[in-house]
Design a protein around this ligand. Structure first.
Ligand code: URA
Length: 442
């Protein structure tokens, strides 16, 4: 099969058969298909989409391009969660120990911050000593003894995805639902899971800000996981506003600990318990997601999983005393309150402004390997519907320099929108759930 013929056929809207698509993708791995050819192919996919069969072939080749974990020595049904990325989303930090505490092993492979969204690995690394680069043997040991383990994607997992992702970033071909779905699922399905829960964000701070596209992505991923024999559920959750009351790595660790104590903000606890409910059902520890959610809410409220988080930190080389002494986490040299200059009712907080704000303060990356400062970020203490008066404290900024502190104050003040009218009540944080076999038409 000639590579240019495959590209032309995709360009013209034909469905590629499995053999020719495989040969084309394998050809890229063995450098018989060039980077310009693959770039053109990706652009053709962006415009033409992929059939379910094409997509399953792409996913298979991606998974087979690298190593696949073997967790058969770990007893129990293993379930992981993946989020498409949010601002203030520290859910994983509380969720993994919570679900482990309730009897389902969680082998979690997470990512770093991407664009305006934060990453679990960056948050974990703000805990002094915490290692996210465990080898597979140690990963299994921690998973077996603690019930959860949290590491980064190793270089051996889905290398084809890594190469294609770099190319997509460089060629404007990231926002294609089949390409995103295959990319995410190739990494998750290499984890040897018995169940997968996807937190697909919806709203202006989401990776896909268009609701219909977020739903389509969720459906596609659920179909792909299910077709490969991994029961997969997608929970669509709100990202119109940042989650909880902090954004910034160390600040979010503190908030996750509060959540594990049963003292976390309501929206964070709600999303965490909802996702845990599905994980417990998939892991066979609850008869339904609703029952799982009840168990999870109760365990959170009673602080039952906090000790599991302490054990996780210890097992991965971190300093567990941060749980009782948050001041031992990295602290920014400059911190200061932010005051409202006007009166009004809070209409909302812009997640994009705060997400990019964390990046601007040095807590996220603009390039691939930039070092980040775990101490910087934002806290806010107002929520949609709150009334504020001039001079009221609306939040706090943590920054490296006085100039950045001032800049952070402006960013936070502008992210909080005020008006005279009381806004309509927010939609529920958990918007909808998509399971295998759900009708595909709204
Ligand atoms: N995250 C991924 O892992 N892949 C994508 O394509 C988009 C987001």
């Amino acid at each position: 099969v000639l590579a240019n013929r495959v590209i032309e056929r995709k360009r013209d809207g034909a469905e590629l058969d499995e053999a020719e698509l495989r040969e084309f993708l394998d050809g890229f791995l063995s450098e018989r298909v060039s980077v310009p050819q693959m770039s053109a192919f990706l652009m053709a996919v962006l415009f033409r989409g992929m059939s379910r069969r094409e997509l399953e072939t792409l996913l298979s080749v991606m998974i087979e391009s690298g190593a696949v974990l073997d967790l058969s020595s770990v007893p129990g049904a293993k379930v992981d969660k993946h989020s498409t990325g949010g601002v203030g989303d520290k859910v994983s930090l509380a969720l993994a120990p919570l679900v482990a505490e309730l009897g389902v092993p969680v082998p979690m492979m997470s990512g770093r911050g991407l664009g305006h969204t934060g990453g679990t690995l960056d948050k974990l690394e703000s805990i002094p000593g915490f290692r996210i680069d465990l080898d597979l043997r140690r990963f299994r040991e921690v998973l077996t003894s603690v019930g959860c383990a949290m590491i980064g994607q190793t270089a051996e997992i889905a290398p084809l995805d890594r190469e294609l992702y770099a190319l997509r970033s460089a060629t404007g071909t990231v926002p294609s639902i089949p390409l995103i779905a295959a990319s995410i699922m190739s990494k998750k399905l290499a984890e040897d899971l018995d169940g997968l829960v996807l937190d697909v964000k919806m709203g202006r701070g989401a990776f896909l800000a268009d609701d219909q596209r977020a739903v389509a992505l969720a459906r596609t991923m659920v179909a792909l996981g299910t077709a490969r024999g991994v029961p997969t559920v997608a929970v669509l959750t709100a990202m119109d506003e940042p989650l909880g009351r902090t954004a910034g790595n160390a600040l979010e660790v503190v908030e996750a600990i509060q959540c594990l104590r049963g003292e976390g903000p309501e929206d964070l606890a709600e999303v965490t318990a909802a996702l845990a409910g599905h994980m417990l059902e998939l892991g066979g520890k609850a008869s339904s997601a609703a029952e799982g959610e009840r168990l999870a809410s109760q365990a959170l409220a009673q602080g039952q999983a906090l000790d599991r988080f302490v054990r996780l930190i210890e097992a991965q080389g971190g300093d567990p005393s941060v749980v009782d002494h948050p001041e031992r986490l990295p602290r920014a040299r400059h911190a200061g309150d932010v005051f409202s200059s006007e009166a009004g009712v809070v209409q909302g907080i812009d997640p994009l402004a705060l997400g990019w704000g964390v990046v601007e303060l040095g807590g996220g990356r603009t390039g691939r390997s930039d070092p980040i400062d775990p101490s910087v970020g934002f806290e806010w203490q107002v929520k949609r519907g709150d009334s504020v008066h001039p001079g009221d404290v609306i939040g706090r900024v943590h920054a490296r320099t006085p100039a950045q502190l001032e800049r952070g104050r402006t960013i936070l003040a502008q992210a909080v929108s005020l008006a005279d009218a009381v806004p309509p009540p927010a939609l529920p944080v958990v918007r909808r759930v998509i399971r295998a076999g759900d009708p595909t038409i709204d």
